[in-house]
Design a protein around this ligand. Structure first.
Ligand code: NAD
Length: 430
């Protein structure tokens, strides 16, 4: 099913908000402000192709709510992009920045395009044209985009360069996710995985589990999966017993395990840029290879889905072993709503996605701060600040869940929405 035919994601975001408004007892006029984006731009613009022809692209930028600070959120290049997806994602960015207590609002952008169909120079012209349409509405104090699905660090630099030309001043803070050396921050590549493991560490602490004796199984071995596995060992002293990935050549997923713990550094040397582990080399090194979904029924203390949305269904949740105490949602939306009661029945502590994987956006915020100062931190400094932010956010959610006797996902939304409402109230908007 294409994205445009599927459930309207913005209606999902609005119904989530309605439930939250009820839980927080928000007055209807406050809910009405939060149910719609503050500003929404739609652009249609021409780009010259390499063969001399002109193609017209449609794009959007949505600034959902900037009560807490400049909007922040990625730009997606996707053939099925719609305004509904961009609006929904901009709402979710607002809650994600707020739960992390970043002084930022939420935004999102998109262009309806399959970037794989464009040459490098066509991509560059598309990026620069998108900025020419929207630059007056962007800026470090207004709205600073970042990479997302279909966009990358190179595209962010082209966009930053075009903006700087138009603004007449070098303005690196207009966009984050830039490469180191062109305004990027050290520690960005590992930030999401690092943040995941900080939240796991604190969860183990509140559950009274010794992190050094903890074990994990990870779904996905891309950016987030690799760094989550690495920090599970390096930061906690725990052991990862299994990782899984999609095999691009066989077109199916496999799980790779070792009873005494996988060697992340070794597996990285036999993993390609798309997160596919070389099966033959893993087998030769003594790894046990099983079907991809075997990652979920391992006897471990922590499960880390770090691949796709909807990976944990009510059926797969039933297979989770009694040894599992924590589900760290490193991916976006890995748990379908029907699986939540099964997890609750099993007494599993869920670290909700928009808290668990917020290390990336937090490091993007650090990038903006460094750009603003024109002074750059070392990687240990970035990690120390990230650790502090993730830990504080974790306890805000954990305490809200206790105080209101709600699950951690609802608690995270309550913390976030309440902060946005407080900012709007203090600024005299409501
Ligand atoms: P990636 O493309 O680098 O890696 C994805 C991994 O998942 C690959 O190893 C792939 O083989 C694997 N995979 C795909 N299908 C699978 C399957 N059926 N079974 C097992 N493995 C499978 O992506 P990423 O950047 O690591 O992102 C992973 C998730 O984390 C996504 O949901 C993404 O939205 C979310 N996320 C990423 C970041 C970030 O900074 N990269 C930040 C926040 C959230």
């Amino acid at each position: 099913m294409s994205q445009s035919q599927a459930v309207n994601p913005f209606e999902v975001a609005q119904s989530q908000l309605d439930r939250l408004a009820k839980a927080l007892g928000l007055p209807p006029e406050v809910t009405a402000v939060l149910r719609e984006p503050t500003r929404l731009y739609e652009v249609n613009f021409p780009v010259r192709m390499d063969d001399g022809s002109i193609r017209v692209f449609q794009g959007w930028r949505v600034q959902y709510n900037d009560a807490r600070g400049p909007c922040k959120g990625g730009i997606r290049f996707h053939p099925d992009e719609t305004i509904h997806t961009v609006k929904a994602l901009s709402a979710w960015m607002t809650w994600k920045c707020a739960v992390m207590d970043l002084p930022l609002g939420g935004g999102k952008g998109g262009v309806k395009v399959d970037p794989a169909t464009l040459s490098q120079s066509e991509k560059e012209r598309l990026c620069r044209a998108w900025i020419r349409q929207l630059w007056k509405n962007l800026g470090p104090r207004t709205d600073a985009p970042a990479p997302d699905v279909g966009t990358n660090a190179q595209m962010m630099v082209w966009m930053m360069d075009e903006y700087s030309h138009l603004a007449g001043a070098y303005t690196p803070g207009v966009i984050t996710g830039k490469p180191v050396g062109a305004g990027g921050s050290l520690g960005r590549a590992s930030a999401t995985g690092f943040g995941v493991i900080v939240t796991v560490r604190e969860t183990l602490k509140v559950l009274g589990i010794n992190p050094g004796g903890a074990t994990a199984s990870v779904q996905g071995f891309g950016n987030v999966g690799q760094y989550s596995a690495k920090f599970f060992k390096d930061l906690l002293g725990g052991k990862v017993l299994c990782v899984s990935c999609w095999d691009r050549h066989d077109r199916k997923a496999y799980a790779y395990s070792k009873e005494d713990g996988i060697d992340v550094d070794f597996l990285q040397t036999i993993t390609d840029a798309y997160g596919t582990i070389d099966k033959e080399q893993a087998q030769a090194a003594g790894y046990h290879v099983e079907d991809g979904d075997a990652w979920i029924d391992k006897d471990v203390s922590v499960l880390i889905p770090a691949a796709l949305e909807n990976a944990i269904t009510s059926e797969s949740a039933r297979r989770i072993r009694p040894s599992v105490k924590v589900l760290a949602e490193a991916a976006n939306g890995p748990t379908v709503p029907e699986a939540e009661p099964v997890l609750a029945e099993k007494g599993i502590y869920v670290i909700p996605d928009f808290l668990c994987n917020a290390g990336g956006v937090t490091c993007s915020y650090f990038e903006q701060v460094q750009n603003d100062m024109n002074f750059y931190w070392s990687e240990p400094e970035v990690q120390q600040k990230l650790d502090q932010k993730m830990t504080t956010a974790f306890y805000a959610v954990h305490e809200m869940a206790h105080e209101k006797e709600v699950d951690t996902r609802l608690a995270a939304y309550m913390v976030a929405v309440q902060r946005v409402v407080d900012a709007m109230r203090m600024r005299g908007w409501i």
